[in-house]
Design a protein around this ligand. Structure first.
Ligand SMILES: [Zn+2]
Length: 276
């Protein structure tokens, strides 16, 4: 059982029990859940107080390695508190062994460590925003039509050494292929030359949901720009530490890494390729 702080008093529910939140999305590692609840309710998940929109929507991201049980603690506008439990599907992730890489690609030289740390701070800050926009509910399109060459969650072993899993989806496309916003959002990061990821964009779709675009050859938007779904935001490239032109597409709920293929309500545009 969860230890409940904050005096929510969940054990002593009295009065009318509220309906369970309406849930869209799958309770699966890497998944995004959009919930609907009575406006004015308060919702907690995993020790985080969630923003609830004026029409009662909230969003949750499920971590790559989330445990099998999840719970929402909901407090009605009238103060009635309840707990709703869900089971989270576990996934099997691929193992990807890549050998023979140049040492400088696997182990950054000492003189760039500060630059890498600065890059990471900027990226982390761009993902902290908790803005009231609800564009996360309209993530329906892929940023481009392409072959999937890398999937979310792959455990990577580079030159025999286990590394952080791959948290993006790699979409192979020719250099210069336009990349489109999958939903409306605001540009939270627009950097032309990050060490690992080169031309990098982060779009904020509200309530902590962001999407990230790596290795771009060109950025077509600036920091703070508002974009609509379908707006061309940049072009495919191989900037940063990339072995060839592709878009590495990522999605987050704050610092929680999500599987972008679980956000969009369709398959990638080209048939016959890897499907999830
Ligand atoms: Zn990638």
């Amino acid at each position: 059982m969860l230890a409940l702080g904050c005096g929510l008093g969940l054990a002593a529910v009295s009065g009318m029990a509220q309906a369970a939140p309406q849930i869209q999305g799958r309770w699966i590692q890497g998944g995004l859940i959009v919930g609907q609840i009575a406006p004015g309710s308060r919702v907690r998940f995993d020790r985080r107080q969630l923003a609830v929109s004026s029409d009662g929507r909230f969003v949750i991201g499920i971590a790559y390695d989330a445990p099998p049980a999840a719970a929402l603690e909901v407090r009605d506008p009238d103060g009635t508190a309840q707990r709703f439990e869900y089971s989270v599907e576990a996934r099997q992730y691929d193992v990807q062994k890549i050998g023979g890489l140049p040492k400088a690609m696997v182990e950054p030289p000492a003189e760039v460590l500060k630059r890498i740390a600065d890059d990471q701070r900027k990226v982390a800050a761009a993902r902290e925003h908790d803005t009231p926009r609800v564009d996360f509910a309209n993530l329906q399109r892929w940023p481009l039509a392409a072959r999937v060459t890398g999937v979310y969650g792959s455990k990577r072993i580079l030159n025999g050494v286990p590394r952080q899993p791959h948290f993006g989806i790699d979409l192979a496309a020719a250099e210069g292929t336009p990349v489109r916003a999958p939903a409306a959002g605001v540009v939270r990061l627009a950097e032309r030359d990050l060490y690992y990821t080169g031309g990098t964009l982060i779009l904020d779709h509200g309530h902590g949901v962001t999407t990230t675009y790596l290795h771009l050859s060109r950025l077509d938007v600036n920091l703070g720009d508002e974009v609509d779904a379908g707006t061309i935001i940049g072009k495919v490239g191989k900037t940063g530490r990339a072995t060839g032109p592709h878009l590495c597409w990522r999605a987050n709920w704050f610092d929680v890494r999500l599987d972008p293929s679980l956000l969009v309500h369709s398959e990638p545009a080209r048939k016959g390729e890897h499907k999830k």
